[in-house]
Write a protein that binds this ligand. Structure first.
Ligand SMILES: Nc1ncnc2c1ncn2[C@@H]1O[C@H](COP(=O)(O)OP(=O)(O)OP(=O)(O)O)[C@@H](O)[C@H]1O
Ligand SMILES: [Mg+2]
Length: 199
C-alpha cells in the first residue's frame, strides 16, 4: 500500500533519515529508535505531509514525487489517516463521541463496541479518559475509510492503564498501521519492527 524506496531526508546539513526502504504491510509496523533518529520525519514522509530529499514513496504503486501538492493532499485524504500524540488533537471537543464518529463518516456506532466504548455515543469527549479518547481517534481513522493509519507516539501522553487500552486497539486494527514509538510494549506487539539508528 505504502512503499518507501531509498528515502532520505535532510534539513541543511542534518541527515534526519538515511536511505530507508520499507513496505507498510498488513498488521502493525513500528518504527523504533532513540530520540532524533528520524521516526517522526519518516512518518511525515510516509503520510505525504513532507517530500523526501532523496528516494521515492509509492502509494498504491503511484510514484508520489510526480504529484503536485494538491494531488498529494487529496491522495492523503483518501488513503491515509493520521493519529496525533495528543488525544485532544484528534477529536472535536464540542461534539459527542457519536458526533465525532459521524463527522468522520461512520454510518452507525457499531465501532464503539470494538473500541471498548459501548454506550458512550452521547458522551462528551471530556468524559473519556485519554486512552479512551485515543481509541476513539483510531475509530474515527477507520470511519474515514483510510487504507493506512499512521500514528506518532500515540501512547506517549498516556498513563500505563490508558496506554494499555490503546495498545489493544492498535493490535487489532483491520487496516495496516505504522506507528513511531519508544514504548517497549508497543514494539513487542509489532508484526514488523523497523529500528532507526541515531544519526
Ligand atoms: N523541520 C525540521 N528542521 C530541521 N531539522 C529537523 C526538522 N525536523 C526534524 N529535524 C531534525 O531531524 C532529526 C530527526 O528528528 P525526528 O523528529 O524525526 O526524530 P524522532 O526520532 O522522531 O525523535 P523523538 O523520539 O524525539 O520524537 C533530528 O536531528 C531533528 O533535530
Ligand atoms: Mg518524534
Amino acid at each position: 500500500m505504502i512503499r518507501a524506496c531509498g528515502v532520505g531526508v535532510n534539513y541543511g546539513p542534518v541527515q534526519a533519515v538515511t536511505d530507508m526502504s520499507l513496505t507498510i504491510a498488513p498488521g502493525l509496523t513500528v518504527l523504533s529508535g532513540p530520540s532524533g533518529s528520524g521516526k517522526s520525519t519518516l512518518l511525515r514522509v510516509l503520510s505525504l505531509v513532507e517530500r523526501p530529499s532523496q528516494g521515492e514513496v509509492f502509494v498504491r504503486d503511484v510514484a508520489t514525487s510526480a504529484l503536485s501538492w494538491a494531488e498529494l493532499r487529496s491522495l492523503r485524504r483518501k488513503e491515509i489517516a493520521v493519529v496525533f500524540q495528543n488525544p485532544a488533537d484528534n477529536l472535536i471537543s464540542h461534539l459527542t463521541v457519536g458526533e465525532n464518529l459521524r463527522a468522520a463518516g461512520a454510518q452507525d456506532f457499531a465501532l464503539l463496541d470494538q473500541l471498548g466504548l459501548s454506550g458512550s455515543a452521547t458522551w462528551r469527549i471530556g468524559a473519556l479518559s485519554g486512552g479512551q479518547q485515543q481509541r476513539l481517534a483510531f475509530g474515527c481513522a477507520l470511519a474515514r475509510g483510510a487504507s493506512v493509519v499512521v500514528a506518532d507516539e500515540p501512547t506517549s501522553q498516556l498513563d500505563v492503564r490508558s496506554a494499555d487500552l490503546v495498545l489493544e486497539t492498535l493490535a487489532s486494527l483491520p487496516v495496516p498501521a505504522v506507528v513511531a514509538s519508544h514504548d517497549p510494549r508497543l514494539v513487542s506487539l509489532a508484526d514488523l519492527c523497523i529500528p532507526l539508528a541515531a544519526s
